[in-house]
Write a protein that binds this ligand. Structure first.
Ligand code: BGC
Length: 921
């Protein structure tokens, strides 16, 4: 990441130098880069009637603002080259918008490819056209489908769909003739629960564990691939393997079960002479369940018997007489739509760091970090020998695997050897959360070089980098990074290892915001909001788990609040208004459901989870039993409800539901009054039983009566510093706002203390105890294993957002969308010598890197073109601030705005700046 930043700084500087030397024509001053459609690079398979286009500007000049843009969309590359926007020529549009611009041209048709480019005029000159980009439409309506759903809807010997379900992978094949020159071939495929597709033996795409999980009764995804390169003239073969994923319930009963694996495929061949041919899934396909993947279950693992491999099964000419005829089967209930969130891939490789023999024939492999994915293994032995791999996060004192916290997950992969050659193997349809692997049955002595860990998560760029002078914060950040990526599996999950792995809503309410600095997760979370809507019952209730494989309808407020809070995040961070528009009615319906069923005199009386997983009074407890530590449930739900309707009032404005604004505002006034009447004690200036969470939520949600804010805040400070000796006392709900709540009320020092603690309870305590990810419980080392994962992210709360927004100080200005206007306001808190952060926003890279020495405070900032920033330089004396080698007040592009307590505030345009303040000023 530092490298990337280095390159960006260099690019910015070199462009500036060119301008200085006078070699730049006006077009070189600003360049349009990174053109994206629906925030994807050249996506294939869109169904939106008006896809949204975005781009970034880069320039070596300061203060670059887009004034106009012009978009050309053409039906061919030639037309685009000739500047003929036959689909759409937007003309010069006066606008500073560069994210999520809706296509406004001729109607789009299924399958068509559109080529596009954009250029801009800025205050500093105009750009050349961007590099050409493209998008390809999927199917805009159901009539394009001719394929049939096919499968083998029955259990074969040794299979079961009850209990720990056990099914072999299903293999399907079909040969087809492709005479003549194929100009384009596009594959549309849906494979439930999981699939791998092949053409002529070649694996299609780089994805694993495709397709993304949904409530298959409501939504079913299909994926689209351009497969032109794989088609040969003459005979060809299609092969598809189906795994169980979440379609076949890993636990039945215990988790929703949808049915037997099934697939739906349409391959469209477009010939040079303009004719088209389709190959579709139907009962002419051959199928078998007698392939090498004998069993696959996401919780229990995969069994692979290489003796049953079928060489050439996915190529033409394979003798498939022993195979069965595929059957047309009932379609899943859900609507078929194209998957828009990124697919899962192998994103990283981890080499094991140690291997130990703990008993004859039993070895323990240490990956050096808790990770999610699987092991690839090199093995050579005799036919029929079976190697068994079992996975766990921690070890028992005797060096064997600690399995208790995995509950009933069997987490075991087996590989049975076919012949004496050396083989490299990895599973296809399972994944594990693990640091340690127990290896048994391995022929000979396994060594480190025989294994590699495959880290899998949704293909998304790492957008943030963050380091400080404090090693504890750096370690915690690193653990958070690993934990977050561990829990992306086409949905944000709670954990990756035990027999759960569900999209619990509560875990991501605040976390999603922090995560979005580190990962480009906008499309994943937009997908998840649909999963949430898909859980909605007719009465408006939402499940606490989405997709609701566990249909948990507790009518809690704090868990489903993720629905509204994350929609806000997607809009503010990425500029994506669509989720708000799409889900507004459903959000309102849920709020109405809560009001109609649980609101009594403006107090929401229902709460199910409490301030989940606060540090308990005894080390072995999961949940505190101490009434003094627990926050009143009605306080949690009422304050959260109040917060949500504030957001909804804004959404109502954004979506044109202006009639609702007065309703939400009226509700807010009534709830605030009732809330304070019930929970606020004006004599003490505290809420309810004076927990940190009770006072904090009241404060940050703006519920505290005017004039009492300081008193309430003082209770938060006293509780934390005195009763909890400078330690966290909140659970999942309080931690959502703790670090920023403290910092923004002037106590960054306490936040820093919480972030750097190494004793219990703290994130640093987890590090101290050897954690390489984040635990589910503050006391994860001592608590009951029944609910004690080593790889949860919910307790991060607002920690990551605090790192970027408060320590580095990179924030979206109030009301700004997608960093069009940035606030840079760092907290150079005592105890930190430097913070170095960068975040690649949808407009480009924002950088904040400050360092303190005894003599000076130096701060380098980067603001992307077409953004501007209000910059808070931490000094009381504006005249002491220099930018580069000049007083800041007279530096190019820098305007002094005002002094504020502790800060001199300037306004700057885009560009790279270096502010200096002599210390002691
Ligand atoms: C999950 C949590 C979740 C909680 C809610 C746990 O089992 O792992 O992360 O939020 O249940 O009850």
């Amino acid at each position: 990441m530092r490298d990337m930043k280095g390159r960006i700084f260099y690019a910015v500087l070199s462009a500036g130098l060119m301008a200085f030397l006078g070699v730049a024509c006006c077009r070189d001053v600003v360049r349009v880069v990174n053109p994206r459609c629906e925030m994807q690079v050249n996506p294939v398979g869109l169904s939106a009637a008006a896809p949204h286009l975005s781009w970034e500007l880069i320039s070596g000049e300061r203060g670059v603002e887009q004034r106009f843009y012009r978009i050309l969309v053409a039906s061919s590359e030639e037309n685009l080259d000739a500047n003929r926007g036959d689909k759409w020529d937007s003309g010069w549009v006066r606008s500073d918008e560069s994210v999520y611009i809706p296509y406004g041209g001729a109607p789009l048709r299924s399958r068509e490819t559109c080529f596009w480019k954009v250029r801009v005029k800025t205050g500093k000159g105009c750009s050349a056209w961007s590099q050409p980009a493209a998008w390809t439409m999927g199917f805009m309506d159901a009539s394009a489908w001719e394929a049939r759903w096919i499968g083998l809807d029955r259990c074969f010997e040794g299979e079961r769909t009850e209990g720990h379900t056990r099914l072999a992978a299903r293999y399907f094949r079909k040969e087809f003739d492709a005479p003549g020159e194929v100009r384009r071939a596009v594959l549309y495929i849906s494979g439930l629960g999981l699939y791998e597709a092949y053409i002529n033996g070649k694996r299609i795409g780089t994805q694993v564990l495709a397709q993304a999980p949904t409530d298959y009764d409501k939504s079913v995804f299909y994926n689209v691939f351009d497969v032109t390169e794989t088609i040969c003239p003459g005979e060809n073969a299609l092969g598809v393997v189906l795994g169980n994923g979440r379609y076949v319930s890993p636990r039945n009963p215990g988790m929703r079960h949808f049915g037997f694996p099934k697939m739906f495929l349409q391959l469209e061949l477009e010939y040079a002479d303009g004719t088209c041919r389709k190959v579709i899934s139907d009962d002419s396909w051959r199928a078998t369940a007698a392939g090498p993947i004998r069993a696959n279950n996401e919780f229990d693992g995969e069994e692979y018997d290489a003796r049953m491999e079928m060489p050439g099964w996915n190529e033409s000419g394979y003798a498939d007489e022993a195979w069965l005829q595929a059957e047309t089967v009932a379609a899943p209930g859900g609507k078929l739509t194209v998957q828009t969130n990124p697919m899962i891939e192998i994103m990283d490789t981890v080499r094991p760091v140690a291997i130990a023999r703990i008993a004859p024939g039993v070895h323990i492999l240490d990956m050096g970090q808790n990770m999610v994915g699987w092991l690839s293994m090199r093995v050579q032995g005799k036919r029929g020998q079976t190697v068994r791999l079992r996975f766990a996060e921690t070890l028992k004192p005797d060096g064997s695997l600690y399995m208790d916290n995995l509950r009933e997950a069997e987490v075991t992969d087996t590989y049975t050897i076919a012949d004496e050659r050396e083989h490299l193997w990895e599973p296809a349809f399972t994944y594990h959360g693990f640091r340690y692997v127990e290896i048994t049955g391995y022929p000979g002595t396994p060594s480190l070089s025989d294994f590699e860990g495959r880290v899998v998560y949704d293909r998304m760029a790492t957008t943030g980098s963050f380091t400080t002078s404090d090693t504890t914060i750096n370690r915690v950040y690193r653990n958070a990074y690993r934990g977050i990526r561990s829990n992306y599996r086409g949905m944000p999950t709670d954990c990756p290892q035990r027999d759960e792995r569900q999209g619990w809503l509560g875990d991501r309410t605040a976390g999603a915001l922090g995560e979005s600095y580190i990962f480009d997760n906008g499309l994943l979370y937009a997908k998840w909001l649909q999963d949430i809507e898909d859980t909605q019952r007719g009465d408006g209730a939402l499940s606490d788990v989405a997709p609701n494989y566990w249909p948990v309808y507790n009518d809690d407020v704090t868990w489903p609040s993720a629905y509204i809070v994350i929609a806000q995040m997607l809009y503010e961070r990425f500029g994506n208004l669509q989720p708000i528009v799409k889900h507004y009615d459903s959000m309102k319906k849920w709020l109405d459901h809560v009001r109609d069923n649980y609101m009594v005199d403006y107090i929401v009386t229902r709460d199910y989870y409490g301030d989940w997983c606060m540090p308990p009074e005894l080390p072995e407890l999961i949940h505190s039993q101490d009434p003094a530590r627990k926050t009143n449930g009605a306080l949690l739900s009422t304050s959260t409800y109040y917060y949500l309707i504030g957001i909804m009032a804004r959404f109502a404005g954004l979506t044109g539901n202006t009639d609702d604004i007065a309703y939400f505002e009226g509700q807010a006034i009534a709830i605030r009054e009732a809330y304070n009447r019930k929970f606020f004690n004006p004599a003490t200036g505290s809420y309810s039983n004076n927990t940190v969470t009770a006072n904090l939520l009241s404060l940050v949600y703006g519920l505290v009566p005017k004039g009492y804010e300081e008193m309430v805040f003082r209770h938060i400070v006293d509780k934390t510093m005195v009763d909890f000796d400078g330690h966290v006392s909140t659970g999942l709900v309080g931690i959502r706002h703790l670090m920023q709540g403290l910092t923004r009320h002037g106590r960054a020092d306490i936040a820093l203390r919480l972030a750097t603690n190494r004793d219990y309870p703290s994130w640093g305590y987890m590090v101290e105890k050897g954690a390489t990810t984040i635990w589910e419980l503050w006391n994860g080392d001592t608590a009951d294993p029944a609910m004690n994962s080593g790889n949860h992210v919910m307790l991060l709360g607002d920690l990551i957002a605090w790192c970027y927004e408060d320590l580095a100080g990179i924030r979206n200005a109030d009301g700004a969308v997608a960093f069009r206007r940035i606030v840079l306001k760092p907290s150079p808190v005592e105890g930190l010598d430097f913070v170095d952060a960068s975040y690649r926003s949808v407009r480009g890279v924002i950088g904040s890197s400050w360092a303190k020495t005894a003599d000076a405070f130096t701060w380098k900032v980067v603001i992307p073109a077409n953004a501007s920033a209000v910059v808070y330089v931490p000094t009381c004396d504006p005249s002491s601030v220099r930018e580069g080698d000049r007083p800041a007040r007279s530096a190019e592009g820098v305007k002094f705005l005002r002094s504020e307590p502790g800060y001199a505030v300037f306004e700057v345009g885009s560009g790279a700046y270096c502010f200096n303040v002599a210390r002691g000023q």
